[in-house]
Design a protein around this ligand. Sequence first.
Ligand SMILES: N=[N+]=NCCCCNC(=O)[C@@H]1[C@H]2[C@H](O)[C@@H](O)[C@H](O)[C@@H](CO)[C@@H]12
Length: 443
Amino acid sequence: MRAVFPEGFLWGVATASYQIEGADFEDGKGPSIWTDFSHRPGKVNSGDNGDVACDHYHRFSEDIELMKQLGVNSYRFSISWSRVLPEGRGKINRKGSDFYNKLIDRLLEVGIQPMVTLYHWDLPLELHRKIDGWESRDMRHYFGDYSSLVFSEFGDRVKHWITLNEPYCSSHVSYLWGEHAPGKRDLKTSLTVAHNLLLSHGEAVRRFREVVKDGTIGLANVSTFVEPATDSKEDRWAARIRDQFINGWFFETPITGEYPSELFKRFNDAGVQPLIEDGDMDLISTPFDFWGVNYYTRNVIRKEESSILGSEVVQGELAKTEMGWEVYPEGLEAFLYKTFKEYGKKPIYITENGMACKDKLTDGFVEDFERVDYMKRHFSSALSALKAGVDLRGFYVWSLLDNFEWSYGYSKRFGLVYVDYEKGLKRIPKRSYYYYRDFLERD
Ligand SMILES: N=[N+]=NCCCCNC(=O)[C@@H]1[C@H]2[C@H](O)[C@@H](O)[C@H](O)[C@@H](CO)[C@@H]12
């Protein structure tokens, strides 16, 4: 099926620094908010943390070899801010930047194009402690300085960049529901954080234009397809508002320079809206080049007036992954089409798509047929979107390796490659790895 995708289409795998690197205290790296959070009792399943993770920091050559054998032509990864700037600002840690230079050079040697995420949730702990992290408007300056530094360091070889990974999660999962670092629970705070994240996105795009003249930069959002539980007016309205909260707030605002109006009014009436200063919305809507769509599933929504969103998520009836997320590839095509049509007709990369399975080693192998089926159906959905006219440029499977799944720790496996945490982090390609390899090989 690969041959029907456009020439130059990027087929890749995606990872993130805190989830795979380990070496969390090595070679001058500073702690992140996840270093702190994962070491707090009760915050992460079984007390797991990213101190070692998949030890990618020391084993990156082996992991690149796995990518080369897989046959991908691109690899999406994130830079650990506190590895290159241990306190989030000030002097660069050369050992940290050397790691990424070696990683990037090796990728290019084997013909794999890097796509680099500037921020995938691991904020330098010093910035959180000294200036309240993302709650502070000053973060746009520190994020801008960090961005300029890495653009200067790596922008000669890295031509595809993503400012933020899923600001929805770094704001609401982290500051409203408290499930992610730093574990706060307040809507006004999470909306302020979302605003500061979007300001920082805009600032990074402006810095990018100054430094990298021949590259492209985008924003990767949670992309959950939202549907009403029934065809009633109430449920359709509830789904519209919930779609603005999950998707529109981060897809529409950087395009229009305005927050989605119905939802903003609800927040304003409740006195929890973010403080918007002159110039903010211009900065947030600084033009960028592409969308990153991280698609996993859909949310079925019904009216529920007791919540400020006026809705609640209901359990759908479809088969679910180990995360409890419905398998709904149709939602990917619909979401891609909606994003392309309604949010600026920009090129789109599927920057994450994958599933957690109950992967078990049997005679030294993992027959993850469910994941193979999930991939087949989502590749097919992506192809349908392309045929419908969506300017889809690439597809990154989440993830290359089983890794640290945030508050679930190592209990949830998303990898094409099994990581044996009991046996020296041995990498064992699963059935899905070979499916993807054959898919990429075949014309
Ligand atoms: N209902 N429901 N909802 C689906 C909402 C998904 C929200 N979580 C993500 O998108 C995270 C993204 C993250 O980039 C990565 O670091 C995570 O490892 C993957 C897997 O969890 C996904």
